[in-house]
Ligand binder design. Structure first.
Ligand code: BGC
Length: 896
């Protein structure tokens, strides 16, 4: 009998967070090998670690009889800044077992008046670093780019403090060092937020970095999003937030006797230019390692030639603690091939389109050798194809220092690439000397899928790679060209998939604050966030992301506070659309009105799409208001939703079920958002959807706004067969077309490349957009059947409804829900299906299986009535419903 085991202990959704500033919310997941295992009670004790040793109890929840494992808020004494806390969870189970686990969290700066650091920048009396003479090709707007700066402060301590914490941020991007040792592993910190309203700071424990005597704290500071190039429009590309980067660091040292000393950035810091001539997210990095000065950040280094840093601001009100895992290097990929293509020129293939940078080891190069690394997602006739990157310059350049071997890896840029061209090496390049470093927010991966079909598995992996590449500080549309913006529609169509594959909820929730920051006084959400001021207000399905994304986060996590903080902005958006469209057909205030973006072969009417989204947003807003207890407001919006739905039906739905325009997208919107008068009309619309799919020989015509609805809606109307045929189709246009043509990520367009026409227009042709990967969620919820009841959130009411894809002999995978891990694996065995499923403790599930009678199903070789933890609920037309207690079950049922 295996015990109930809590794991994945989280404070505010994070594993050992370092910057908690307000009462954290605790959660954990459960596992057990025992059927019917469940938590009957819990207790949480929180204790502050005292610098002098020992601890002080801050909270004791007492023994709480509850099966709850999420959303438990700290209710103890006020938290102190820069301190470690242990929280000990005790869980009791139904068999009398008791198990205890301890996790930690640390605090950031709890009260803003505890900040004792100022924003510092370079001294304006500074000499421009002359570029190495041989370099003449820094051709673009170089006057907007400047060297990465070094900042250093030396300080003396008699003894190593009991605890030392550092909190740091930048208007720009930074890397921190204490005594020459890098602090943390975050890349491109502090990340991109709506800097006008908030800027994240990171926190780390640096006790181990310090030593008695002289110490140094140092940072590299680059332009990043704050000063560097972002977005698409040349005129607006750089210096969106400021012309100069700035740094803010606060070191807090607690002695064992309770004394606390604080050292913050001020004009006593010294600064100078670094060996990085410039670094920019879009424009690459130029680095002259002859200027490297390897000891620049050490305490012994003489700083007399350096300038004093200048205080450029003291405002700390925008500083907010980090609430989600930062961008980190999560993987390194070896070169799969290296080809010499000319004098000193090699093309490297990493076998995977990715986001990050190249790490290159060079050997035996004369000092001052100029090595250039260019990047591309694809090759064209054996050469890098970079036209689709538009004005982004995917070039990293460095000059060697003449040492026998040197490792070069840029620090403040990133590229989207599979191929790299390395130019300038004397001699040949060994495949072992080059690797690709993958960067993205270091989120936990939750969902997993594999099957008997390699192309389908590749599609799922491509979706995962789309997630990796486009969750870099914010959810972006693409990671490689001069864009990389937080487009709301891309994010909202992909959100259900992203949330099922990885724990992106804290990141999305943090980004939603930027979405709301950009909401205008009239209630309009933006198209993109952080907002670029020259852009217009949100279009249908773009602005609606302000409503749908909080909804998806809540549904995936069960966290109601996400909806509480979003509710007012949702109402404002819906009322904004209503105010400008009193007829309830949404045709006014449509922003850039993109429609079902990048659809193929037919065009869904824009007013059909906009009005459907208007109804959908009103629906989710009404449901949100009800969940947060605002019944009267909910009634008002629900009534509006019903009127929009009725208007939609009378304006756009013909008596035979045709939705105006007769497109797959139109049918999907009407069916998915419930825009019909009655079930008979729903069935007629469904019939029309089927006709429109068959008419095109089972091909899709949808753009990215509606494509994610295809499989779920077809399955819902009883046409799994068509959903699976669409999914396995690899003719153009289809999901597998790109896979058949070697894609390792999801392309922006169905026709990004075709054998007939080659590459699509370079003006808009990314090979790493996640939007068309919105089908990913259905791999888990459809094929594996890991889903939840319609009114459920956080997988509280688990539903297990596998769909046995006729093209597969087996499929398996899992999902880490907030309550524990669900596993589902099925295999064809003669004329039977063997299905093994694991249900986490305390989360009884309803299994929906396609059988006529219960006697057709066995579990563990026995009739289900004899099976412990299985209860027959009911059987309807061709389906059986079973209730499963927690545990692992081995079913066999007819293949049908
Ligand atoms: C982006 C999209 C975005 C769109 C707006 C494109 O440039 O890459 O994915 O949603 O603009 O239509």
């Amino acid at each position: 009998m295996s015990a109930l085991e809590p794991y994945a202990l989280r404070a505010d959704g994070q594993d050992a967070p370092q910057g908690i500033v307000a009462a954290p919310v605790f959660s954990w997941r459960l596992r057990s090998g025992r059927r019917g295992a469940r938590q009957t009670a819990y207790r949480i004790v929180v204790a502050a670690r005292l610098p002098g040793g020992g601890s002080a109890r801050a909270w004791d929840s007492g023994r709480v009889e509850s099966s709850e494992t999420t959303g438990i808020r700290y209710g103890g004494a006020p938290l102190a800044s820069s301190r470690d806390y242990d929280w000990t969870l005790t869980v009791e189970d139904e068999a009398g077992g008791v198990v205890e686990r301890t996790a930690v969290f640390a605090t950031g700066i709890v009260h803003s008046d505890e900040w004792a650091a100022a924003w510092i920048g370079r001294n304006p009396v500074f000499r421009h670093v002359a570029l190495p003479p041989q370099d003449t090709d820094i051709s673009f707007t170089v006057n907007k780019l400047q060297p990465v700066r070094r900042f250093v402060r030396h300080f003396d301590i008699d003894a190593v403090p009991a605890v030392a914490k550092v909190h740091a941020s930048a208007q720009g991007v930074y890397r921190l060092y204490v005594n020459g040792r890098r602090v943390g592993t975050d890349e491109l910190a502090p990340g991109w937020t709506e800097y006008r309203d908030r800027i994240t700071y990171q926190s780390w424990d640096v006790t181990e970095h310090l030593r008695p005597g002289r110490n140094s704290i140092a940072a590299l500071l680059g332009d990043g999003w704050y000063v560097g190039f972002i977005g698409t429009d040349r005129r607006h590309q750089a210096q969106h937030y400021g012309k100069e980067p700035a740094l803010l660091v606060q070191l807090t040292m607690d002695a064992a006797d309770g004394g606390r000393s604080v050292l913050g950035t001020d004009e006593s810091w010294r600064e100078t230019a670094s060996d990085i001539l410039y670094a920019d997210l879009l424009m690459g990095q130029y680095e002259d390692s002859r200027r490297a000065q390897p000891d620049w950040h050490l305490p012994e280094t003489d700083l007399t030639d350096w300038s004093s840093a200048v205080v450029v601001g003291t405002d700390v009100d925008r500083l907010t603690a980090e609430v989600d895992p930062g961008v980190r290097a999560t993987l390194t990929l070896p070169a799969v091939s290296v080809e010499a293509v000319g004098e000193g020129r090699h093309i490297v293939d990493f076998g995977q389109n990715l986001v990050g940078r190249v790490r290159l080891t060079v050997r035996g190069q004369a000092a001052g050798t100029r090595i250039q690394i260019n990047h591309a997602e694809v090759l064209d006739h054996g050469e890098l194809y970079t036209a689709n990157l538009r004005t982004a310059e995917p070039l990293d350049v460095f000059w060697t220092d003449g040492e026998s071997s040197q490792v070069f890896e840029p620090r403040f840029t990133l590229h989207g690439f599979r191929f790299a061209e390395i130019d300038g090496l004397a001699g040949s390049l060994d495949a072992g000397d080059v690797e690709a470093v993958v960067l993205h927010n270091d989120v936990e991966f939750l969902g997993d899928f594999s099957s008997s079909d390699a192309p389908l598995d590749r599609l799922f992996q491509n979706i995962c790679w789309g997630l990796r590449g486009n969750f870099v500080s914010i959810p972006t549309d693409c990671p490689q060209r001069d864009e990389r913006l937080g487009w709301l529609a891309d994010a909202q169509v992909f959100a259900p998939t992203a949330l099922a594959i990885a724990d992106v909820a804290p990141l999305l929730r943090r980004w939603m604050r930027d979405v709301r920051s950009a909401q205008n006084d009239d209630g309009a959400f933006p198209d993109i966030a952080p907002h670029l001021i020259h852009l217009r207000e949100g279009a249908p399905a773009w602005g609606d992301g302000g409503v749908t994304i909080p909804w998806h986060i809540h549904r995936a996590t069960g966290d109601l506070s996400v909806l509480q903080e979003a509710a007012d902005s949702m109402v404002a958006w819906v009322r904004h659309v209503e105010r400008h469209n009193p007829s309830l057909i949404w045709r006014a205030q449509v922003g850039n009105d993109y429609g079902d973006w990048l659809q193929i072969g037919e065009e869904t009417r824009k007013d059909v799409l906009s009005t459907a989204y208007f109804a959908h947003s009103a629906d989710l807003t009404a449901r949100t208001l009800r969940l947060v207890g605002r019944e009267a407001d909910a009634d008002g919006i629900e009534e509006l939703r019903d009127r929009i739905a009725a208007t939609f039906a009378s304006a756009f739905v013909a008596p035979d079920g045709t939705v105006a325009g007769d497109t797959q997208g139109g049918y999907l919107l009407a069916l998915s958002f419930g825009l019909y008068r009655d079930i008979a009309e729903r069935d007629r619309i469904a019939e029309k959807l089927v006709e429109s799919v068959l008419r095109r020989d089972v091909s899709l015509t949808t753009g990215f706004v509606t494509v994610g609805l295809l499989c779920p809606v077809l399955a819902e109307i009883g046409r799994d067969d068509l959903a699976f045929r669409l999914l396995h189709n690899d003719r153009y246009p289809s999901w597998l077309f790109s896979v058949r043509n070697g894609a390792t990520t999801i392309w922006e367009r169905w026709d990004g490349w075709t054998p007939e026409h080659g590459f699509q227009s370079a003006r808009m042709n990314s090979f790493n957009h996640y939007s068309l990967g919105s089908v990913g969620q259905w791999f888990l919820s459809g094929i594996l059947g890991i889903t939840q009841q319609s009114g459920s959130a956080g997988y509280r009411d688990l539903r297990l409804a596998p769909r046995f894809d006729p093209f597969l002999t087996h499929a398996q995978g899992s999902l880490e829900t907030p309550r524990g891990r669900v596993e589902s694996s099925w295999r064809r065995d003669g004329d039977e299906i063997a299905w093994t499923v694991t249900v986490p403790p305390g989360t009884p599930a309803i299994a929906d299986l396609p059988c006529r009678t219960a006697s057709e199903i066995t579990e563990g070789g026995e009739n289900t009535t004899h099976s412990q933890g299985v209860t027959l609920m009911d059987h309807g037309q061709g389906s059986i419903r079973l209730r499963l207690e927690s545990g692992t079950f081995n079913f066999r049922l007819p293949a049908g």
